[in-house]
Design a protein around this ligand. Sequence first.
Ligand SMILES: Cc1cc2nc3c(=O)[nH]c(=O)nc-3n(C[C@H](O)[C@H](O)[C@H](O)COP(=O)(O)OP(=O)(O)OC[C@H]3O[C@@H](n4cnc5c(N)ncnc54)[C@H](O)[C@@H]3O)c2cc1C
Length: 582
Amino acid sequence: MNKLLEKVKAGLKKAKFDNVDLYEWRSSIVLTGRVNSWDEKIQAGYIAANKGYKGVVNDIKVVGAKTDEMAKPDIYDNSLEGEQFDVVIIGGGITGCSIARELSRYNITIALIEKEEDLAKHASGRNDGMIHPGIADKPSSKKAHYNIRGNRAYGKICEELGVDFQRPGSFILFNSPISELLLPILMVRAEQNGVDGYKFFTRRKVKEMIPYVTEKQFGGFFLPSAGVLSPYKLTVAMAENAVQNGVKILLNTVLLGFEMEKGHIAKIKTNRGNITAGVVVNAAGIWADTVADYATDRFFSLHGRKGVDAILDKKTGKYQPAIMAMPDLLSFKGSHTKGGGLITTPEGNLLIGPTANEVPTREDYSTEPNDIDELMKHLELNTKLKRTDIITYFAGIRACTYEEDFIIEPSSYVDNLVHAAGIQSPGLASAPAIAHDISKMVCTILKKTKEVKNKENFNPKRITFPELNKLSLEDRAKIIKENPFYGRIVCRCEQISEGEIKNTLHSPIPVLSLDGLKRRFRIGAGRCQGGFCTPRVMEIMSEELNIKLTDIKKKGAGSEILFNETKENVSYSDKKLKTMLE
Ligand SMILES: Cc1cc2nc3c(=O)[nH]c(=O)nc-3n(C[C@H](O)[C@H](O)[C@H](O)COP(=O)(O)OP(=O)(O)OC[C@H]3O[C@@H](n4cnc5c(N)ncnc54)[C@H](O)[C@@H]3O)c2cc1C
């Protein structure tokens, strides 16, 4: 037995994994056998990781556990049969959409397939929206490299796409005078990673900047390059600009498998027919290992790490002008999370979180009372915040490899496959840089068979329409004069008008659900959570899209809002409404 295998075997034996077996496959290590709990499976994976293998494939079965099925659209037709593209991207999260936009600079045909009825429905719409400064990861990691480059790219990209982006900066607060002794280590890490503009703030200076900061702080390390944006708005904006530059976004389209011919993807099998591509990009988030498996190239396994966040009322934003966390730096070594904290959003809400817990399910976004309790420690960082400021909660799932790093590379065994996998945090912050490098890899493959040139008419600017809540009173008056629908406020919490809803419903990517509208401009994301505006929004959707009210869903299949009339012979004063229901 070779030395590497020996090392992993010894590690597993020491941890008493007697029912776990292992073998080498290509340059990876595969674990098989049985354990009694999910935590044990994860622990075994980590024992095998970073021992010199390229990846860990963890096929250990957990006694009594159910298999975790991917949610798929219920549409099956042949509408895409025979379509050919130079590039097909799997996955409509921030990774896939950024790659689509980046590739749309070239004279090639591109399709992005997304299994859901909208973009950003998984990790990319369920995160903290923080453009991390790039200090958290080891200097040798891909995560650190792409984070720093991505962070620097965001100012220009957000300007081009018309997406709000701010750099409030972030504090790592010290929770004891002893923690302050770690300052030189933080400085060396920041220097090695190339973090921009970092500095130490004394206790007094922190208080000057954040007047309501806890008295329990002992100064902090300030990272001014930390930014915030709306992750779902950004994902949609990337995709809209890609569409404006010729990309096809195919929603409700799931990759079901590949037809392989001698290390080449010959056919891409979907629920809407078989298509072909010169190059396939695997940007499938938590399912990227399944996609790799379809291509017989599964050299890594992904495991889900759930993060729960609480959203606080908009009135709290003014109390917290910068992002802030107080991790226990002395016990931080070996942790797989940045620890969470208080994040100021561009809209003025605060986020508290996220938590980080290993979970056996890949798409279960439920939240539990103990998640919420875990978040409360962050609330204490600011003396103005109260539990009653919390509006709602959400959860997301990070796609983690056992090596805890991104996989950004062309496949070593399939000549037309490129992986953008294991994109856990800081995947949002890194997206522009990942997209840049993946698009270069794609072009290198394509150039073997065709000429790839920059498109002369590529337009980096997304076409946008005015957002009422960002305008001065004079500008509002002007817009309302031009388009009276802007004068009718539908969402009172977020100040969104009928004009904006109508414009959004006719934007380049179809909006097919209430949550789809929310992802575009936060309608229903305020204090009342859609309690007041939903009926009117549904009426507008029904009228504009010419669909029945009963066809409108909250978030795709199985989330119907109205089924039928509750009473017979109801006399509607508004005949139109009755028609919409029928
Ligand atoms: C709670 C939480 C907080 C976070 N906070 C931050 C943060 O502040 N800053 C930061 O930089 N990062 C953060 N992250 C990480 C960040 O959210 C992810 O790195 C990023 O969103 C990953 O994007 P993605 O496009 O790779 O994956 P996803 O967003 O998951 O997209 C993958 C897409 O592929 C689709 N798909 C999968 N399989 C198929 C198939 N077979 N056919 C068709 N489509 C398929 C899925 O439906 C999905 O839409 C956080 C993550 C979590 C969970």
